[in-house]
Design a protein around this ligand. Structure first.
Ligand code: ADP
Ligand code: ASP
Ligand code: MG
Length: 407
């Protein structure tokens, strides 16, 4: 069982979490619970690091931000003991969750579930585990898994313990056809295929961290997203993330996702000759900038061309600086950029077997007067880049177009 920040935001809510845990223990399960920090706490801790110094060692950042989860794991263990259940807290380094040394966004290499299993064996002891945390074995230093990383802690632990299920409790009662905060008519999905969930998470649906879905798919962990605000005595259905083959009714489009974390860069009149794309994208790749959409335009004079591409918003300034440094080799003349853009995507495994899914979207967006700046498509998704001002209109338009609105 994993409980996110809003589910453990106060001591009262932590007591409610304890009641959810007790229900599962009484149903006969051995339970490991992964908790996030209280809602807002991690942001506050990140803010303190920035306040202490503009540039700080990532290893010390991890020491600071990992602390939020230590508080909630201890509090939940106390609340469980108060319910009369044997329970203890485990910090990431105690389990341990061995990770890479990529401080701030470390990757899990191995989870050792032996200690937790011994507690189950000896006294049916509930393990309350701090999410988000790991340890780099070689240096012995605390690491964290990147924002939203408790989801990944939970799935990795479920895989290590060979758990029957991994239940992710959050502030919505499942995965919706799109973010219910933006589209009130979004519907809860009973089931979503791993691959679709992976695309939805990668393309902006923050309900699960991308890495957690990768691990769930890799280790075949049935992952169930559900609400912690349900009555612990009478929980409601959520969304099962599972294999495509386990989904009976498949619609062409399953969900709409959007990401505001995009920036557009356009290079005007660069030389149209072999090697130019390499000259532009090589240095960006070397600097770990993740370039996403790319469009090259054939220009009239045939000697030059325009190239447009997107980068994560956080890398925008850095990318422009890198291009300036390589002005000569690229043959750069004019650079334009935009940060007030959003990427809206439609996802569905049904797209594999249906033609014309994306073109219907282009028509519908045009009818609303929304200009498309860039398009990308792949087997089970397509994305359009548009002005940020049209985010809600575009998401709602596509949501209705593909019949996803709740009746
Ligand atoms: P937690 O703190 O429990 O980890 P998050 O805030 O990380 O919770 O994730 C839950 C939020 O994800 C919801 O409140 C919702 O606004 C957002 N969300 C975005 N896209 C979706 C979606 N397709 N389905 C459900 N929730 C979504
Ligand atoms: N507390 C961490 C964060 O806010 C991890 C998590 O909640 O999943 O990013
Ligand atoms: Mg989360």
């Amino acid at each position: 069982m994993k409980f996110g920040g809003t589910s453990v935001a106060t001591v009262e809510r932590i007591r409610n979490v304890a009641r959810h845990v007790r229900r599962e223990v009484e149903a006969g399960y051995d339970v490991a619970v992964v908790v996030s920090a209280m809602a807002g706490r991690t942001n506050e801790l990140v803010g303190w690091c920035k306040e202490a110094a503009p540039l700080y060692a990532p290893s010390e950042y991890d020491v600071v931000v990992a602390s939020g989860e230590q508080v909630t794991s201890g509090l939940l263990a106390i609340a469980l003991q108060n319910e009369g259940l044997p329970a203890r807290s485990w910090q990431g380094w105690q389990v341990p969750f061995r990770t890479s040394d990529g401080h701030g966004s470390a990757r899990i290499a191995e989870v050792d579930g032996a200690g937790i299993l011994a507690g189950f064996e000896a006294k049916r002891e509930v393990a309350v585990v701090s999410g988000f945390q790991g340890i780099h074995a070689e240096t012995g230093r605390i690491t964290t898994l990147g924002r939203g990383g408790s989801d990944t802690s939970a799935v990795a632990l479920a895989a290590a313990l060979k758990a029957e299920r991994c239940d992710i409790y959050t502030d919505v009662d499942g995965v919706y056809t799109t973010d219910p905060r933006i589209v009130p008519r979004a519907r809860r999905l009973d089931r979503v295929a791993f691959e679709e969930m992976l695309e939805m998470a990668s393309l902006g649906a923050k309900v699960l961290q991308v890495r957690s879905v990768e691990l769930a798919m890799l280790h075949q962990v049935p992952t169930y997203v559900r609400s912690s605000f349900d009555d612990p005595a009478d929980p409601k259905p959520g969304t099962l993330i599972c294999d495509e083959d386990d989904i009976m009714e498949q619609s062409v489009v399953t969900g709409i996702a959007f990401s505001r974390d995009e920036a557009q860069i356009t290079l005007r009149r660069v030389a149209d000759k072999p090697g130019v794309a390499a000259a532009i994208f090589g240095p960006l790749a070397d600097a770990n900038v993740n370039v996403d959409m790319i469009i090259q335009v054939v220009s009239d004079d045939a000697a030059t061309t325009d190239i447009t591409f997107t980068v994560p918003a956080a890398d925008y300034e850095r990318s422009r600086a890198i291009l300036e440094q390589h002005r000569e080799t690229i043959g750069l003349r004019e650079v334009q950029g935009a940060t007030d853009v959003v990427k809206v995507s439609a996802i569905g495994v049904g797209m594999r077997s249906h033609a014309g899914v994306a073109s219907r979207a282009f028509r519908a967006l045009a009818d609303k007067g929304i200009n498309i700046r860039a398009i990308t498509t792949s087997e089970i998704k397509f994305s359009v880049l548009i002005d940020a001002a049209y985010t809600e209109l575009a998401v709602r338009t596509l949501h209705s177009l593909y019949g996803l609105d709740r009746a």
